[in-house]
Design a protein around this ligand. Structure first.
Ligand code: BEZ
Ligand code: FE
Length: 280
């Protein structure tokens, strides 16, 4: 393994994986090296440019901590997250489609009963969200676990507010025997993804905006069904066709209906989820 040049280096590295006991790891590494080397060749990558790439990836890593996941942002803004979701969550016609998880899902969301206010003090215009969870055959799914999280009127998730003592605009509910759920919250607003790190610099260098259209996140689990990670997007949002993370699907867009009463304006949102059977 001497005197390697641009024609022989790729095969030499791949041969080094020959003894890898895990066949899937071997396949992933082999493909990764093949594509990385092809990328360098096709781009005619200079050493200075690759150093810049290493500097950028280092900055992405240094931006990560328990509250901030810059690598997820990078994957999301490069469309890799949407590609992985689309490849791994094909849903038959009639099922609710999946979309990206995003970096703001955290463990430990508080539990709520039907009708309670998951906003828990988050600023925003009141909104009532209601719907059902059903199986693909139309059967109501009782006791399905619904986790919801969203940005508030200022476009912030609770985890982006330092010092907040309790979770806001985030909660867990369970459907009733008829598969129904309803909860109060505040209207979700469009927001820019965190752009003060290296991913933000990449967006600016490529003249892309950091905005996501207004949405609620849902993670739904029901026994015997594939778990579903998805959003409901707000009809009419100006960013529906230029989502910074490529997550919008037409079937996930719904209307937030305004109502004006003696206590001012509030909204209702109705959305029904349809779950795909888990493979047995
Ligand atoms: C989100 O919707 O929470 C999100 C998704 C991808 C990147 C940033 C935020
Ligand atoms: Fe979000």
């Amino acid at each position: 393994m001497r005197n390697l040049d641009q024609d022989t280096i790729t095969q030499a590295v791949i041969a080094g994986f020959e003894q890898t006991p895990d066949p899937r790891l071997k396949e992933i590494l082999t493909n990764a090296v093949q594509h990385l080397h092809a990328f360098a060749r096709e781009t005619r990558l200079s050493e200075a440019e690759w150093m810049e790439g290493i500097r950028f990836l280092t900055a992405v890593g240094q931006q990560c901590d328990e509250k901030r996941q810059e690598f997820i942002l990078l994957s999301d803004t490069l469309g890799l997250s949407t590609l992985a979701v689309a490849m791994n969550n094909p849903k038959p016609a009639g099922c609710t489609q999946a979309t990206v998880l995003g970096p703001f899902h955290v463990a430990g969301a508080p539990s709520y009963a039907h009708g309670e206010d998951v906003a828990n003090g988050a600023p925003g215009v009141p909104c009532l969200v209601r719907g059902t969870v059903r199986g693909i055959a139309g059967d109501a799914l009782g006791a399905a676990r619904i986790e919801v999280w969203q940005a508030d009127a200022q476009g912030l998730y609770d985890v982006q507010r330092p010092g907040l003592a309790q979770h806001q605009a985030r909660g867990v509910l369970h459907t009733d025997a008829q598969g129904r759920f309803f909860f109060r919250t505040v209207v979700a607003e469009a927001y820019p993804i965190p752009a003060d790190g290296p991913v933000g610099a990449l967006l600016r260098a490529t003249r892309r905006h950091p905005w996501r259209p207004a949405h609620l996140h849902f993670m739904i689990e029901a026994e015997g069904y594939e778990s579903l990670v998805t959003h409901v997007f707000r009809e009419g949002d100006r960013y529906l066709d230029s989502d910074a993370v490529f997550g919008v699907r037409s079937s996930l867009i719904a209307e937030w209906v305004p109502h004006d009463g003696p206590e001012g304006r509030h909204y209702t949102l109705d959305f029904d989820f349809v779950m795909n059977k888990a493979a047995v």
